[in-house]
Design a protein around this ligand. Structure first.
Ligand SMILES: *Cc1c(COP(=O)(O)O)cnc(C)c1O
Length: 368
């Protein structure tokens, strides 16, 4: 079965092997050396002034960012499940919150953000997804972050890049906190969250907030190549392995270029067989198709063609399906996925099979 869900993504065999060694104690020079090398690789990946690894799923990093970087009011962008989560985190901690809410296919605009900032002078942090994975849309984070900083440079910009870091080069010029996680573009098992911080963010964190997710405590420890609590040792070993593997396969720029090309080839192939791209501003991390028979298509893909793609959640649970592009994916696997979708449509009697999806995918991907 081909795992083509936008998280979890398949863990490459070389990484699984790297993680198969004996369990290391986390307070040893041996593990600290691994931690130090992994940290250096993360500085390259994120480009931020500081990086932290947290033993939690991605949501832990979202919570840490909100609690440590918001003092008066959070502006959160809700165009889907993950944007909604930022607001729920604020609520759970009694932090004042205003939200810009849209249908899950619609990104936020610069004008709306400007209006919210004008109406709420006490906003001191904004939280937004770079890619909102619920519908596979890309927010214009660069323009929104620039607008926020032009309005007031002390407002913290928190960018959830869990399905963007490792997919595309992120412009961090106006970002104070960049979040990543292990089980999406980084092709690892779940359980490790990553936070990149600007110097301004470090200053604002000060003594930090909370206990487990007190970022001041983590900064202090991680600068010494250790962690406040028990580190996710095995996944850290996997992280060093995958980041080196990406280097061996041509580096980040090549990964970004290949991912973008595969995403474009997939979108064009899907449109060529009459399917509709769901988000108004598609991200390159996944292709999301909006279709009233999405559930049936997914089920056929799984039963007949050994392809596992993701459905949606909540109100679009059965009306979208999402094809993953994150990670080191072989082109022959991606080509089989688009071909399978065409075969599924044929078996549903929607469209006679003529190989269009495959032809368009290959034409775009190989520049024929
Ligand atoms: C997966 C994901 C998360 C984190 O979810 P966890 O289940 O806590 O790892 C956060 N934001 C986005 C955009 C995601 O895709």
């Amino acid at each position: 079965m081909l795992l083509f869900t936008p998280g979890p993504t398949p863990v490459p065999e070389s990484v699984r092997v790297a993680m198969a060694g004996e369990t290391l104690h986390h307070r040893t020079p041996e593990f600290e050396a691994i931690f130090e090398r992994t940290r250096a690789l993360l500085f390259e990946l994120l480009g931020m002034d500081e990086v932290l690894m947290l033993a939690s799923s991605g949501t832990g990093a979202m919570e840490a960012a909100v609690t440590n970087l918001t003092a008066s009011k959070l502006l959160s962008i809700n165009s889907g499940k993950f944007g909604e989560r930022f607001g729920k985190i604020a609520q759970a901690h009694g932090i004042a919150n205003v939200e810009i809410k849209h249908e899950w296919d619609t990104p936020a605009t610069v004008e709306e953000v400007q209006a919210a900032l004008n109406a709420n002078p006490d906003i001191d942090a904004i939280a937004i997804q770079i890619c909102e994975s619920a519908g596979g849309l890309r927010h214009n984070v660069e323009a929104i972050a620039a607008t926020v900083k032009a309005h007031n440079p002390s407002i913290m910009v928190i960018a959830d890049g869990i399905t963007a870091v490792g997919v595309e080069k992120i412009d961090i010029t106006n970002i104070d906190c960049l979040i990543s996680g292990s089980q999406k573009a980084l092709m690892l098992p779940p359980g490790l969250a990553i936070i990149g911080l600007s110097n301004a963010a470090i200053e604002k964190i000060g003594k930090g907030k909370g206990y487990y997710f007190n970022l001041a405590t983590e900064i202090k420890n991680q600068r010494k190549n250790t962690t406040a609590w028990t580190a996710a040792t095995t996944i850290t070993i996997g992280l060093e392995s995958i980041l080196n593997r990406i280097k061996d396969e041509g580096g980040l720029e090549k990964l970004y270029a290949t991912t973008a090309l595969r995403a474009r080839a997939t979108r064009e192939a899907m449109e060529a067989i009459g399917l509709t791209i769901y988000p108004k501003s598609p991200a390159d991390s996944m292709t999301t198709i909006g279709d009233h028979e999405a559930k049936k298509i997914r089920s056929l893909l799984q039963k007949e063609f050994e392809v596992n793609v993701a459905g949606g959640q909540d109100h679009i649970k059965d009306t979208i399906f999402r094809i993953n592009h994150m990670g080191l994916i072989s082109v022959y696997e991606a080509a089989w996925v688009v071909n399978s979708v065409e075969l599924a449509l044929a078996s549903m009697g929607r469209r006679a099979f003529d190989g269009t999806a495959s032809r368009i995918f290959n034409t775009v991907y190989f520049g024929l």
